[in-house]
Write a protein that binds this ligand. Structure first.
Ligand SMILES: Cc1ncc(COP(=O)(O)O)c(C=O)c1O
Length: 372
């Protein structure tokens, strides 16, 4: 039978390799590949969803989101990010993923250059390409932070600059000087910044700074997914100047109609309720980071201590990555995140301390056989 015809623009786009990898792990696999919190959603958020169901709040909502959630998000942006968005400058989406998709669809013209970190989150390049753009990787320096000089050089003539701090997969947090330099230069060169801040609450010492503090032409993206351990609820948002909201709403309205009503009510409780669960999760991630980092350092594995998110990006060499996965230590090869760092692997510590101890034991055996 002839293969069915699909659109040419998808020809160069592959399904994400990360899931495929995990099917390979046997029953005693130690899984450090997961990109989502291992915590349950806090109780008061779940209760708000249950209440919404009981109250029959199960129909379509306004396309841009329920007013109380847009307001709660605008207040969050003021309180936590010191950014004065009005509630009608907030568009509620199905996770940060949809917000990224909308921004690309609304802004990118055929052939536009879209600068993305390499290594970077797996969705950036495909979403840019699906929008007709040309994704272009930006290099990191030796400390796994954005190489600012190289990025500024690439910026002339680009349409979009994607910034992601704290970053997936490196776990690094960009300092204010970098965020400011990139945002101001982008504004000067008419490059729109898309700032993906989904890990903003998971920072261990450094401070989160939003590019929108330094430039006007910025779309800020965030989600309840990581902050409140709500990946499956699918609520995110973008905050942007009015004309971008209107353009993004055109795409959102026709492809999504609205984010899930029940999850929107739950998200109001997330943003307006008790934040102590977020702090407890952050403290636990920090303890796990130290456990894992110190354990790897003791084996002679030398790399910069990650400052945020729940990932570390470890120089392994391609052969060790292959062996580790073969032996059931599930980590994600750097090749999943771009072209520049195939010798690295992403390790997630969104898993129990017990699992991390078992992982360190596997690393110890690996290091004995193949010293770093
Ligand atoms: C950097 C980054 N941005 C966005 C997302 C997507 O988040 P969501 O689950 O809200 O769509 C992820 C998820 O892994 C991520 O790591």
């Amino acid at each position: 039978m002839q293969p069915h015809r699909t659109a040419q623009r998808l020809a160069g786009i592959e399904l994400s390799g990360i899931r495929k990898l995990f099917d390979a792990g046997g029953p005693d696999a130690v899984n450090l590949g997961i990109g989502q919190p291992d915590f349950d959603t806090p109780g008061h958020i779940k209760e708000a969803a249950i209440q919404a169901i009981r109250d029959g709040k199960t129909g379509y909502t306004p396309n841009a989101g329920i007013p109380e959630l847009r307001l709660a998000i605008a207040e969050k942006m003021q309180r936590e990010n010191n950014l004065p968005y009005r509630e009608d400058q907030i568009l509620v989406t199905a996770g940060g993923s949809e917000a990224l998709h909308l921004a690309m669809q609304a802004l990118v013209e055929e052939g536009d250059r879209v600068l993305i970190p390499d290594p970077g989150f797996v969705s950036y390049a495909p979403l840019a390409a699906i929008a007709g753009g040309r994704p272009e990787g930006m290099a990191l320096d030796d400390t796994l932070h954005i190489d600012v000089d190289a990025a500024l050089e690439q910026m002339d003539g680009a349409r979009i600059l994607v910034i992601n701090s704290p970053a997936n997969p490196t776990g690094m947090v960009e300092p204010e000087s970098t965020i400011r330099a990139l945002a101001e230069y982008a504004e000067d060169r008419h490059v729109t910044v898309i700032s993906d801040e989904v890990y903003e609450h998971f920072i261990y010492g450094a401070r989160h700074v939003s590019p929108a503090s330094f430039a006007e032409d910025v779309i800020t993206i965030n989600a309840t997914s990581k902050t409140y351990a709500m990946t499956g609820w699918r609520i995110g948002f973008l905050a942007a100047p009015d004309d971008y909201i209107e353009a993004c709403l055109k795409v959102h309205q026709y492809c999504q109609a609205c984010a899930t009503s029940i999850a929107q009510y739950a998200s109001v409780a997330a943003y307006t309720g008790d934040q102590s669960a977020v702090i407890a999760m952050r403290d636990e991630y920090r303890a796990r980071r130290d456990l894992l980092y110190d354990g790897l350092a003791a084996l002679g594995i030398d790399f910069p201590r990650p400052e945020g998110a729940f990932y570390m990006y470890v120089p392994m060499g391609e052969e060790r990555i292959r062996l580790a996965i073969e032996q059931g230590l599930l980590i994600v090869p750097g090749s999943a995140f771009g072209n520049r760092t195939p010798e690295y692997a992403r390790i997630s510590y969104a898993t129990s301390r017990d699992t991390l101890q078992r992982a360190l034991e596997r690393f110890r055996i690996l290091a004995e056989e193949h010293p770093w």
